[in-house]
Design a protein around this ligand. Structure first.
Ligand SMILES: C[S@@+](CC[C@H](N)C(=O)[O-])C[C@H]1O[C@@H](n2cnc3c(N)ncnc32)[C@H](O)[C@@H]1O
Length: 245
């Protein structure tokens, strides 16, 4: 697992992989989940316009969406090739208020400049998690928020992760909420809250069939993990943590 592996990943993917990466989220079978994930992140972010630091952006699709929504976005990735495609995405979607930087999120030099920061599917690629969170903490204004949306326990042992580690020498870690909360505490964030959500639609049914809505059965799709059951689920599934400086 090395930073060099992350830097060379796109090159090693080959032409088909590059086209797929460039066209994310639309090119991916999990497109609906990606869009829902970003929707959840948006519900928890401070309102636009404000300055947002997007960390480990890959080809930049989250940055483009967030900039289109009115955030003033700086997107960061360690891979120059990823950032080259992110720049192309910025141009083709005519996104304003958006700049990209080739930079290691474990050693950023921003100082109290951003209102919010997002790690989407990227903190689990950090070699040094505490360093990554520290540099983001420094980049945030007092009261700023950092959102992580990361895969949970067991991610590093999936077949895909093991293959990526072996074949591309990239980093794949578990990044369950307990781990993120521990990092947040160590870094000095004042609060950290875990949010669990399902990206599968819940059909509302009653005894006679699916079409009549039963009022008290309507569930909030997204809620704070309150019960032990929610918490156990949140550990193993994708999860979102919101921390406040
Ligand atoms: C799984 S990809 C996710 C990309 C993007 N967030 C998305 O959803 O398409 C993880 C990204 O993190 C980047 N990355 C890994 N380590 C990094 C580091 N130390 N600093 C900045 N970016 C890093 C990789 O280059 C890669 O683009």
């Amino acid at each position: 697992m090395s930073k060099q592996g992350e830097i060379e990943y796109l090159e090693n993917l080959g032409s088909e992989g590059k086209v797929h990466a460039f066209n994310k989220p639309f090119s991916d079978a999990d497109c609906s989940r990606y869009l829902i994930d970003l929707g959840f992140i948006m519900t928890l972010l401070p309102s636009s316009p404000c300055r947002l630091l997007d960390l480990g952006v890959g080809t930049g699709w989250t940055s483009v969406f967030l900039a289109k929504r009115g955030y003033r976005v700086t997107g960061v990735d360690i891979s120059p090739q990823m950032i080259a495609l992110a720049e192309k995405n910025r141009e083709r979607y005519e996104a304003e208020n958006l700049n990209f930087l080739v930079s290691d999120f474990e050693g950023l030099t921003f100082d109290r400049e951003f209102d919010c920061a997002v790690f989407y599917d990227s903190l689990h690629h950090a070699i040094d998690g505490p360093k990554a969170l520290n540099s983001v903490y420094k980049a945030l204004k007092p009261g700023g928020v950092c959102i992580t949306l990361e895969p949970g326990a067991g991610h590093s042992r999936t077949q895909d992760s093991r293959r990526a580690i072996e074949e591309f020498d990239i980093t794949e870690k578990d990044m369950h909420p307990e781990k993120v909360i521990a990092l947040a505490e160590k870094t000095g964030f004042k609060t950290a809250r875990i949010f669990h959500f399902s990206f599968l639609p819940t059909e509302i049914r009653n005894k006679t069939g699916p079409y009549r809505v039963v009022k008290d059965k309507i569930r909030q799709v997204f809620r704070i993990a309150r019960t032990p059951g929610d918490y156990t689920r949140a550990l193993s599934e994708r999860n979102l943590v919101l921390m406040k400086k």
